[in-house]
Design a protein around this ligand. Structure first.
Ligand code: ZN
Length: 157
């Protein structure tokens, strides 16, 4: 009796250690990420028609769909809501440079009408230092790669 396997058929071997690499375009908000990476600056976008300033920035106004213009920010803002996190969870990349516990906060950057959800490094690794109304400032990492994780926030002194 002969073997019925087709020895010329493609051999498929499961490979589970695959880490895909690809280029992801930031599209019309590329300047936001480029300013972070190259100049350690935060930029929002403003709709001249609605006079709304968006953070995270939008290439077009979500309210009226008109194009927006870039507005430089100081990097300072106010915490509008905060929660202490004792594990990285889904925010792992965003807060990978912060120790546990970190604070995940909605931050209204000065001059903006919307809130940015981002990580805040509490001055002590204990609850209570970052609360609604706390003033914070963006801190940029030494190594930046054009990512939202290139910066985080600290309490202003
Ligand atoms: Zn608008």
């Amino acid at each position: 009796m002969s073997d019925t396997k087709d020895m010329n058929a493609p051999l498929e071997v499961p490979y589970t250690d695959w880490k895909p690499e690809y280029l992801y375009s930031q599209g019309e908000v590329s300047r936001f990420f480029r300013e972070i990476m190259e100049n350690k600056r935060l930029y929002a976008s403003r709709c001249a028609k609605c006079n709304l300033t968006w953070m995270p920035p939008r290439g077009h106004c979500p309210e009226c769909h008109d194009s927006t213009e870039w507005v430089p920010l100081s990097g300072e803002g106010t915490v509008r809501s905060a929660t202490y996190c004792y594990f990285a969870g889904m925010a792992g990349d965003l807060v990978r440079h912060l120790e546990l516990p970190y604070v995940l906060a909605l931050i209204q950057l000065d001059g903006c009408d919307t809130y940015l959800c981002h990580g805040v490094k509490p001055p002590r690794q204990a609850m209570g230092d970052i609360v609604t109304g706390t003033r914070v400032k963006a801190v940029f990492r030494d190594e930046r790669r054009g990512s939202i994780a290139d910066f985080y926030f600290e309490k202003q002194s």
